[in-house]
Design a binder for this molecule. Sequence first.
Ligand code: PLP
Length: 374
Amino acid sequence: MIYLDNNATTMLDEYAGEVMYEFYREKYANPNSIHSMGLEANRAMEESREKIAGLLKADPREIYFTGSATESINWALRSATAFRRKRKKVVTSAIEHKAVLNTLKDLQNTYGIEVVYVEPDSRGVIPAEKVIEHVDEDTYLVSLMAVNNVTGAIQPYVEVGKFLEGKDIFYLIDAVQTIGKLKFDFETFCDFASFSAHKFHGPKGVGILYVRRGTPLRPLLTGGGQERGMRSSTQNVPGIVGTAIALERAIEKLSATERKLKELREMIAKSVLKLGGVINTPLDRSISNTINISIPGIKGETLVNALSEEGICVGTSSACSSRSDGGQYVLKAMKVPEEVAESAIRVSMSRYTTEAEVKDFINKLKEIVSFLKF
Ligand code: PLP
């Protein structure tokens, strides 16, 4: 199998996996128990929190563990809304992940807030000035993704952060597609940021919510008082330990990975153009692991299935949304022609992707296209 769907999820880092196994089988105590095994688990968890905070230039008290990025996003958006005072307006973009879009829709239905969806340009980039232009006295929250998961386009989250710094407006950056792909830390201003371990070779079922010190936060889950009383639930110690290891290793290997994937992506781009295809990713403003392509005349789903039969897994547009609506809305918001949007597939690599695998993918793509087109 050749796996080229790493924006949907990634393979677990081998070392993280080994250490996690030890925590499942030997060091498995509840980190809130006061016996020696409990204390050991607690120590490992807190050391992991410190390691993560150090890597992201944050304070350990700013790091909360959750079950996924979707949960982190829900928490940030719902907490900001609880502290909105009389203000009603949220500024976001039309190409956010559904975790943001559908949570805001729910908040709109429940509290009657107003949501402004800023449209991207034709390259899939949200113009910073358009976000800024919509921020006014009624605005209590701005929510912007750092990198779009469907196209890989890098968004102006830094510029927007510079504008919002010092203002009494909550700012959430959905940073899920940044780790191991782009340098990201909290020298960038935001109140909240969401991450998901399984996107950077960590385990599934662990999310992180960064909350800047001083930002008001509503508890998400009440109960035993874990996560400093903000998210009760016994913590997933093996997952948290694995997350810290995976994060460290992803950041360590970032430059080498970027260099390698840029070259591999160039190879893919050249062959796609030769086949008469279209590249929907802005190659000069995107993470190097991602390329969204269309072969007009062949539906994305057909191509994904044909490649899958050849042992190659790519994404239609976004497997991290429900299967039915994928990431078509992102390409439509970019106003790409209908035929191009329908044909789109997303190829997303990781540091484990090899040149041989990419060559194999290109050859199979050529064969399938010539078979399906003629
Ligand atoms: N935000 C972005 C940009 C994503 O790509 C994803 C992917 O699934 C999410 C949020 C949600 O992450 P999770 O499914 O781990 O909750």
